[in-house]
Design a protein around this ligand. Structure first.
Ligand code: ADP
Ligand code: MG
Length: 757
């Protein structure tokens, strides 16, 4: 595909096929997403429908993510998101390059003669001797023949398909324009005597055909080269995949291709070795550099029980781990699929450009013919037929050449591809282009306290015994209850018990009480553990003085009680993440309000919010109230991003305009979230917002220039300003402008890569 109009032609023709439900074609990635009825049609047949129009469906033999794993990097590039394999693309580029090398000197020659003629007209140099003029014209005629039939073959094919099938893309426009210039010049040269009476035979347009084809081919070459670069994020991710793994089987170390590793295999990682699949460390310890996958800059310490992910790099230690996710299940494979899908998706902002480019080609054809006709009708009386025809022809060719919706079509997808790829490099996984677009408008970020602002790994700091039981007995009962809970508070209590060698009791009838705590039966007695609200439910009163001071200092009380009385209180403290303060300040700088939601005690929450600089705290909320708070903010007209852990916050994440999931471990495919931050770090949220704003700014600039270029270029090319200002656009400049417009759009998108977030 060479142009946005290609995308709309393919969409239209595939959409008409019986059995096809939906088609979406992306010019940036050159991918078509087709949903179709398998009983009615198959990909091969679909391809047949577009082949006459000059396109083929390259049908992947397997789903990209399946194929993505266990292949060499070269094979991977077949799934670069380009519809052709990269090597094919590169071969096409090389062929284009030879054509450019031959045609550029010819274009320079043609421009040289044109400049000479112009200078002579202004009496700056002597006129071109008439004897030379004839041989120049012959030379230009030969060069133009080469330009049109060799270099310009795609454009002639475009013209042919237009005549044969009525399908027109930008190649058609260029084809019509350049062959009109060529044909006119041939007629004037060959039938010089016969037409002398009617037209100005001293003027031919061979140079126009040469220069236009040269510039447009050069533009396409540069554009294609830049477009390959926009997609290199995927290539880099694919290259992270190790090719082999050192596996321990039957007590022997054997080196296996990575696709032969199965669940449960024990894998040995040597110093500086790549981790081949996802798994859990069983023996040894080391620091692992995860920067390439999660964007985490400092190597992470790994001990037995910690997870390691494919594609990361071991530093100096060595260890053994058990494979838990292989092939397409690994985090890396998920990331690759996610990036590919996001890069191929369409941003809503693109809709207008798509609509315009789909009707662009026929409209431009009409404008070109109307301007030729107008010149002949209106110009003949004042300029004479010969001059009017010559101007008409210039405007006809100029309009066709300048009016390509290429830049318009590339404006959005190229920026999205670069933006999504850049995000992936930083550990910011974006689900689709629409999410990236929405994120830039966000003005409120709602965060969960535990795990987002605080480390999410609380510690038990104090025990207040209010009963006759021993402290160890109290802790034992509490820890036994909590051993069934998955709340971070629960694990703080359980690890305290195990650190103090306090044995757990057997427990029955365990129940988690949402947003409040837990309950269970131990030795025939029903126990409850949780927050103040839970005690209120039990109608147990607690002197708040006892914990007032502690909660003001940010500690969370967990109260243990039976149905009749309170047994004791333990205080749990969760340290604030060091980066949270800075991240909140950075969000403020971006004009974003930060709201913290928590089920925790109000005083505890207030303390933490103050430390971090959070604008608003909503404490003691039940999980379903989180959702309501978001709805409330949205009703105020706010655009809300919600960051949470993605598991118990799923409804709130889905309700928010942008759901941001903080991934921990190896779970990246969090369905309810539009954005997943690897290594669950809140400062990445700032980066994500900046990325979205930069990408959107790039898209707007691209769209502005692409529109402006056509809005100015087309009227200028028609020559409508000639009667007033004497302006007429030389088609050669039209060719140059057209080439520059799409190159500059792709170049502007690529600029995003160099920005720091
Ligand atoms: P958050 O994620 O903000 O802590 P939750 O709804 O998960 O919100 O929990 C709300 C509150 O309920 C907690 O702050 C805590 O006081 C209490 N709670 C929840 N689960 C437990 C538990 N397993 N043990 C003790 N208290 C709990
Ligand atoms: Mg929670």
């Amino acid at each position: 595909m060479h142009c946005a109009s290609c995308a709309s032609i393919i969409e239209k023709s595939l959409g008409k096929v019986d059995g096809v439900h939906a088609v979406s074609v992306n010019v940036g990635t050159e991918m078509a997403k087709v949903s179709y009825d398998e009983t009615k049609v198959n990909p091969e047949q679909l391809s047949k429908h577009i082949e006459p129009l000059g396109y083929t469906l390259v049908i992947p033999t397997d789903a990209p993510s399946a194929a993505a794993m266990g292949m060499s990097a070269d094979e991977h590039t077949a799934h670069l998101g380009l519809n052709q394999s990269k090597s094919e693309k590169l071969a096409e580029l090389a062929a284009m390059k030879t054509k450019i090398i031959t045609i550029m000197p010819m274009a320079a020659f043609a421009v040289g003669i044109m400049v000479w003629n112009i200078l002579a007209e202004f009496n700056q140099v002597a006129a071109v001797p008439s004897l030379w003029n004839d041989s120049f014209n012959t030379l230009l005629a030969l060069m133009a023949t080469y330009a049109l039939f060799v270099v310009g073959k795609p454009y002639l094919l475009g013209l042919y398909r237009f005549l044969r099938y009525g399908a027109a893309n930008m190649d058609t426009l260029i084809g019509i324009g350049t062959s009109a210039a060529f044909l006119y010049s041939v007629i004037v040269t060959v039938f010089r005597e016969e037409v002398r009476l009617y037209v100005n035979v001293s003027v031919t347009y061979f140079d126009v055909a040469i220069v236009v084809i040269a510039f447009i081919t050069l533009g396409k070459y540069l554009e294609a080269r830049a477009k390959i670069k926009t997609g290199d994020a995927i290539e880099k991710l694919l290259n992270l995949q190790a090719k082999t793994a050192l596996v321990l089987r039957d007590g022997k170390e054997i080196e296996l291709p990575v696709d032969q590793v199965v669940h449960g295999d024990l894998i040995i990682v040597k110093p500086a070795g790549k981790i081949p699949v996802d798994g859990v460390l069983t023996e040894g310890s080391s620091f692992v550099d995860e920067a390439m996958v999660s964007g985490e800059p400092v190597p992470v310490e790994k001990n037995a029980g910690d997870t390691v992910v494919a594609g990361t790099l071991n530093t100096t230690g060595s260890f053994t781990f058990r494979a838990t996710k292989v092939g397409r299940e690994t985090m890396l494979a998920h990331i690759i699929t996610m990036v590919q899908e996001a890069q191929g998706s369409k941003a809503p902002i693109q809709a207008l450009a798509d609509k315009i480019s789909s009707i662009f080609v026929p409209i431009v054809l009409v404008i070109a013919f109307v301007s030729l006709g107008s010149w002949l009708l209106l110009g003949t009386s004042s300029l004479g037929f010969a001059q009017a025809l010559s101007f008409g022809l210039v405007s006809f060719v100029g309009v066709l050449v300048i009016a390509c919706p290429c830049a318009l079509g590339l404006a959005t997808p190229t920026a999205i591809i670069v933006g999504v790829g850049k995000g992936a490099k930083e550990g910011i996984l974006i689900k689709d282009a629409a999410t990236l677009e929405k994120l830039h408008k966000v003005d409120v970020v709602v965060v969960d306290k535990t795990g987002t602002i605080t480390k999410g790994k609380p510690e038990l700091v104090r025990v207040q015994n209010q009963s006759a039981l021993s402290e160890a007995e109290l802790v034992s009962i509490l820890a036994s209850l909590e051993s069934k809970s998955e709340h971070p508070i629960a694990s703080a209590i359980v690890s305290y018990a195990s650190a103090h060698n306090i044995a757990l009791k057997s427990i029955t009838d365990f129940k988690a009480i949402k947003g409040k705590g837990v309950q269970g039966v131990i030795d025939g007695v029903a126990y409850y553990a949780g927050n103040l609200r839970l005690m209120q439910d039990l109608s147990l009163s607690l002197s708040t003085n006892a914990i007032e001071q502690e909660t003001r200092e940010g500690k969370t009380p967990v109260i243990l009680a039976t149905e009749k009385q309170i047994i004791g209180i333990v205080l749990v403290a969760d340290a604030i993440k060091p980066e949270a303060v800075e991240a909140v300040a950075a969000l403020h700088k971006l004009g974003i309000r930060v709201v913290m939601l928590t089920g925790d005690n109000a005083q505890t929450a207030d303390f933490i919010a103050k430390q971090v600089g959070i604008d608003e705290v909503v404490a003691e909320v039940m999980p379903e109230d989180k959702l309501n708070k978001i709805k409330e903010l949205q009703a105020e007209g706010r655009v809300v991003a919600m960051a949470g852990d993605g598991i118990n916050d799923a409804p709130a994440l889905a309700q928010a305009d942008v759901g941001i999931a903080m991934a921990t471990g190896t779970d990246v495919a969090i369905e309810s979230a539009g954005i997943t931050l690897l290594h669950g770090d809140i400062s990445k949220m700032v980066k994500a917002v900046r990325l979205s704003r930069l990408t959107m700014r790039g898209i707007r600039q691209n769209l502005f220039w692409a529109f402006a270029y056509n809005v100015i270029g087309i009227p200028l090319a028609t020559g409508m300003f000639y009667p007033v200002f004497g302006w007429l656009l030389n088609p050669m400049f039209a060719g140059l402008a057209m080439a520059l417009s799409s190159v500059s759009v792709v170049g502007n998108s690529l600029r995003l890569k160099t920005k720091t977030l």
